[in-house]
Design a protein. Structure first.
Length: 388
């Protein structure tokens, strides 16, 4: 069976697709990944054939993101959902995904939640589609009205009747790696299948091949704000500010910057912090004692799967706030609201999740629930059932 996976250009969006796509390959299906041309290295690095589509120009996308720090939270969320995902990303993707569907004729399209170009192309071509969740149901419920007008515009561009894409998205089959203990997906109207994205967490802890720095007897804190935050002008001061508050704390911190920030530009770095542009996250989580992040779905779920307490500081997107609030509600971490303004209290929150055992215990309960889910091959059967 030919399966076309589709994603926007973000590690947090592509990451949840990867275990499903790999499981489909292992089951003998032919897999290709439609993604922006700029995301070619990530697709190839994951081991998949890439079907590129157009990127939104950095100037256009930068102009949108530059507005966010000056907007109230709800308005900023609306901008990200409607203007970025619903319009710019979707309209850039639509011609390319339409072309690959016509040329390659996939039997099914498997898309991450925020990649709407493939939803329109699949509907137009009459190809079944399945959504892989990249967030919790609270974020999806918030997103539906926010993107409704943008999806109506996409209907027109794809030659569909107004309202087609909103209705199709609402009834779409959903694959999710979120256990019911974290989210009951009450807003879903289509069939839902929960699966274990990776191997069972809590395995043998091992060295991550990290270079030596700081005091090896201090707890290791993994700090990441995703792959794109560092390249967004409004958050240019984030990494220096975080380095400042972590300096001298009784921890050893690994900070990754992702796109847009060269670690060399952050010098001098406190001796208890090591900075890299990237580091294999799965390796770090095996040796970390706590995680600091912005509430991106990939890192949030990976940390929970590893049974690690978190400090979550949402910055600019609605799902980040939802994820942070759910982590706090389960007792697995602390939510620091306020964006950049929350940085001064970050060090205290890190001490809290490290010193209070209840946070780790709650994270380990969620990890156990994730480990009990059926493996990725069950997701393959779910996809095939949608086609046959």
């Amino acid at each position: 069976m030919r399966m076309l996976f589709s994603t926007t250009a973000g590690s947090g969006h592509f990451g949840p697709l990867v275990p499903v796509a790999r499981a489909c390959q292992q089951a003998g299906h032919e897999v290709r990944v439609a993604a922006p041309a700029s995301f070619a290295d990530a697709v190839a690095g994951a081991g998949f054939a890439h079907e590129p589509f157009a990127d939104v120009s950095p100037e256009v996308m930068g102009a949108v993101f530059s507005r966010l720090p000056h907007l109230p939270r709800e308005e900023a969320n609306q901008v990200v959902l409607s203007d970025v995902f619903g319009r710019l990303d979707a309209q850039a993707a639509l011609p390319g995904v339409t072309e690959v569907i016509a040329r390659w004729r996939p039997h099914v399209v498997v898309r991450e939640t925020c990649e709407f170009g493939s939803l329109a192309a699949a509907e137009k071509a009459g190809v079944p589609h399945v959504e892989v969740a990249i967030g919790l149901s609270g974020a999806v419920a918030m997103a539906r009205p926010a993107v409704a007008t943008a999806l109506d515009e996409l209907d027109a561009l794809a030659g569909l009747t107004t309202g087609t894409l909103s209705a199709s998205w609402a009834r779409s089959p959903v694959l999710t790696s979120v256990p019911v203990e974290l989210d009951d997906l009450a807003s879903a109207t289509g069939p839902v299948h929960r699966f274990r994205a990776e191997g069972a967490p809590g395995g043998q802890r091992r060295a991550a091949g990290l270079p030596p720095w700081g005091d090896p007897d201090q707890p290791l804190v993994y700090v990441t704000f995703g792959s794109v935050t560092g390249g967004l002008p409004p958050f240019a001061g984030l990494f220096p500010a975080v380095l400042g508050v972590l300096a001298g704390e009784p921890v050893r911190a690994l900070l990754t910057t992702g796109h847009g920030v060269d670690p060399a530009t952050l010098a001098p770095v406190p001796p208890n912090v090591h900075v890299e542009r990237w580091w294999p996250q799965d390796d770090v989580l095996l040796v970390a004692d706590a995680v600091v992040g912005h509430g991106g779905f990939g890192t949030t779920m990976a940390a929970l799967g590893a049974g690690l307490p978190q400090v979550v500081m949402p910055l600019f997107a609605s799902d980040q706030f939802v994820n942070a609030e759910r982590v706090a509600a389960t007792g697995a971490g602390v939510c620091l609201d306020g964006g950049l303004a929350a940085v001064p209290v970050l060090a205290g929150a890190v001490r809290e999740v490290l010193e209070e055992p209840g946070y780790r215990e709650a994270a380990q309960r969620v990890a156990a629930a994730m480990a009990a889910l059926p493996g990725p091959l069950s997701a393959v059967a779910f996809i095939v059932d949608r086609v046959t």
